[in-house]
Ligand binder design. Sequence first.
Ligand code: SF4
Ligand code: SF4
Length: 448
Amino acid sequence: MKLLRSLGTLGRGFAHGVHPAHNKEQTADLAIQRVPFVERYVMPLGQHIGVPAKPVVSVGERVERGQLIAEPGAFISTALHSPVTGTVRDIGPHRYIGGVFKPAIEIEADPYATQQFEAQPPIDWEALSIDAFIEHVQRAGIVGMGGAAFPSHVKLSIPEGQQIDDVLINGAECEPYLTNDHRLMVERPETVLRGAEMLRRKLGAKHATIGVESNKPEAIEALNACIDVNDPVTVVSLEVKYPQGAEKMLIKAVYNREVPAGELPRNIGIVVNNVGTAVAIADYFDTGMPLIERIVTVSGPGIDYPANLIVPLGTSIREVLRFCGGLSEETREVMMGGPMMGLPVASLDAPIIKGSSGILAFTESETGRPREYPCIRCGRCLEACPYFLNPSRLARLGKARLFEEMKEYQVMDCVECGACTFACPSNIPIVQHIRSCKDNLRQHGGAN
Ligand code: SF4
Ligand code: SF4
């Protein structure tokens, strides 16, 4: 995808990375609004990383908005709740983002229901043991809201003997076009801070830090306005650079510390959570609302009326786009997520899921696949890779399908950020070669 480059702004950062144009102007100032309820909702059972959830409802059963409809299928799994009051119409395969069919629960909304979520009395989270707190987070269905959808309770499960010193809230939002985290920090800074405080206290950390790229001055200002000088929380302004939102890059930028390859941030005393996750946790303990809706940025040159929307999970992409005036005739591709790491949408009937941070529509000029040229050994991909890998070599080995050799060059450490592909003047689809190798190694058990 062709994206114009722009200069980064000042702030703390990390080595390497790239500077795609932000393209956030379309939506950065647009207040979050709620999409109307529609007739039909599809809740895939596997919309998080890990084992799919197990249905606890049957076809024909009436469900209330926020009611548990599927329980966690294992430890690395989360619950699902009904996004609306209505009737379960089907439990079976439904079309997913990539066009494949995956098991899901389909719910028809009751047209006469108010669809208001009845807030429950707050849960006394301070009185809960850490295990009980973690169990609540799992049963609330909360996952990382930045796009990866990793179950949050797993991140909070710290092995005995490990001390967490700092809770890092990820407000970098380094992907171009996306502004849903930005709007959340501008419109609900107290809730972001409340979620951060809950996490800090329950994990026994001394301090919390919120890292925000410096192209979001209103967000930094709004958060700072809610912080008292004695509060154990700091907002850090970061250099504007991609992929700043990747956990290890964020840690390097904020603390100038490195997480060793193959290890987790908690091994160096840090737990990272997205701002949306902090808000979901605060909302759940304050009102009892599980994860049944999320904020989605709808943007891109193919959209006439871009927006930041609260969307009930399970709403089809088609309905969300309809609310934004539909796609322009010039649209050639729709993506879920940001343009660097998002996935092309094969069917507009696929639903919004927990990891859907954005729906972006692109026209011919952004999607035209430029002609690929031979590698000129310019080294730009090496300079771009934040993990200090050798992308040009990985691409060559990938083309030759030498997957075992790619392992020797640490292909499994690649986070598939696409910075190398963005930097390559020869238009070599480096990240696609890497992704295909990783898929192959995972399928054939050679990933370790
Ligand atoms: S090799 Fe992987 S981690 Fe490095 S820039 Fe390319 S996609 Fe990102
Ligand atoms: S950026 Fe592209 S052309 Fe330059 S060394 Fe890397 S793969 Fe080769």
